[in-house]
Design a protein around this ligand. Structure first.
Ligand SMILES: NC(=O)c1ccc[n+]([C@@H]2O[C@H](COP(=O)([O-])OP(=O)(O)OC[C@H]3O[C@@H](n4cnc5c(N)ncnc54)[C@H](O)[C@@H]3O)[C@@H](O)[C@H]2O)c1
Length: 344
């Protein structure tokens, strides 16, 4: 079978996860180049991944006829420019989430990829996680009857960088951690959100309240879907105890739980009467296999000329839901998707 030549654009935290997969774990793909304007990061990636060609400007990548596909893992603000240029250069694209800074960018990327007949996949790797996939298959088989309510949560452990307190830049946890949950709800319900209500507060960084009064580190959202199903998402940053991603799907006659707070299925009991499990510390560990499957699925959809499992539209809808939920939180009211349409 033909092999797809891949270039990684952006060699930071998430980029290197994809880079390691394409260097070693993905069949019918070859990592032929990497790109990053940060020379240190570029050199380190070339060395670790054993890749000879290193570009400091993505435009050079797009002029390289040997490259069939690009993995865009730059900061989100550069996704649109790079994805649009890559599509025009006829490169297939896997782009990390959040897909774009706003819905207009997302729509532009979708349109240009379509016009140029290239594959465009968005990086919601939970859709490739074995547990999430098994749960979805069980839901589709009707094991719990009809879906009634989908709950999903993500809590991130890390201390925040200063820019993240400014929600005009980060959107807070709704944007930073919950875009995956919003995608999970759409995936499990098979429906679109009709209305959303979000409440939140800053509980862990009181010293930032004066400078960033809108900042919230914890959020709780309730959603109603256009076919009557219900959704609930909670998100939190700087929780310190570990990385936590779980979901529950409640049906008319059953429930499915996905995820666990612990890293391994090992429980230790000691003489003091304590029972311990070690906490999951990072998304990179929890979703390692999911990233590998996501990267393989991207190559397979190019080779078999099928639609990517996670599309630009999924990326766009998640960006839209982040915006609507943030609007609900700031305006302290239920936001209806229809009200937007009728307001033009
Ligand atoms: N799927 C997930 O759960 C997940 C997790 C983490 C990050 N992400 C997303 O991945 C993207 C990157 O995040 P990160 O945490 O790896 O960031 P990072 O800051 O660790 O890395 C970004 C890299 O991109 C490089 N870069 C900047 N501008 C560039 C350009 N024009 N061309 C090429 N490279 C450029 C930077 O030098 C840096 O090395 C973001 O969109 C982020 O939201 C997704």
């Amino acid at each position: 079978m033909k092999s797809i030549n891949v270039c990684l654009i952006g060699t930071g935290r998430a980029g290197m996860i994809h880079g390691r997969n394409y260097a070693k774990n993905v069949q019918n793909a070859r990592l032929v180049a990497v790109c990053d304007p940060n020379v240190e990061s570029l050199k380190a990636a070339q060395e670790e991944l054993g890749v000879e060609i290193g570009y400091s400007d993505y435009r050079e990548v797009l002029r390289d006829d040997d490259i069939d596909a690009v993995i865009v893992v730059t900061p989100t603000q550069f996704h649109c420019e790079i994805v649009v240029a890559a599509a025009k250069a006829k490169k297939h694209i896997l782009c990390e989430k959040p897909f774009g800074v706003n819905e207009e960018e997302c729509q532009l990327m979708i349109d240009v990829a379509k016009e140029n007949n290239v594959k465009l996949q968005v990086g919601f790797m939970r859709r490739f996680d074995e547990s999430f996939r098994q749960a979805k298959a069980l839901v589709d088989q009707g094991v719990i009857g009809d879906v009634v309510l989908v709950k999903s949560l993500t809590h991130g452990p890390s201390e925040l960088k200063e820019w993240m307190y400014d929600i005009s830049k980060s959107s807070g946890p709704i944007g930073e951690v919950n875009s995956h949950d919003l995608d999970t709800l759409r995936w499990f319900t098979g429906s679109e959100v009709e209305s959303v209500y979000a409440i939140g507060g800053n509980f862990r960084s009181p010293e930032m309240k004066e400078k960033y009064p809108d900042y919230y580190d914890t959020v709780s959202m309730n959603m109603k879907f256009n076919d009557g199903k219900l959704g609930a998402v909670d998100g939190a940053q700087y929780v310190q105890y570990g990385y936590d991603a779980r979901a529950e799907i409640l049906g008319t006659h059953g429930s499915i739980l996905v995820g666990d707070q612990s890293k391994l299925n090992v429980v230790v009991a000691n003489k003091d009467g304590e029972v311990n499990k070690s906490a999951m510390h990072s998304w990179t560990y929890l979703f390692k296999d999911a990233y590998a499957r996501e990267d393989q699925a991207f190559i397979d959809c190019i080779l078999h000329n099928t639609q990517p499992e996670v599309t630009g539209y999924d990326g766009l809808m998640s960006v839209r839901l982040v915006r609507l939920a943030l609007q609900s939180l700031l305006e302290e009211r239920i936001v209806y998707v229809e009200e937007e349409k009728s307001n033009g």
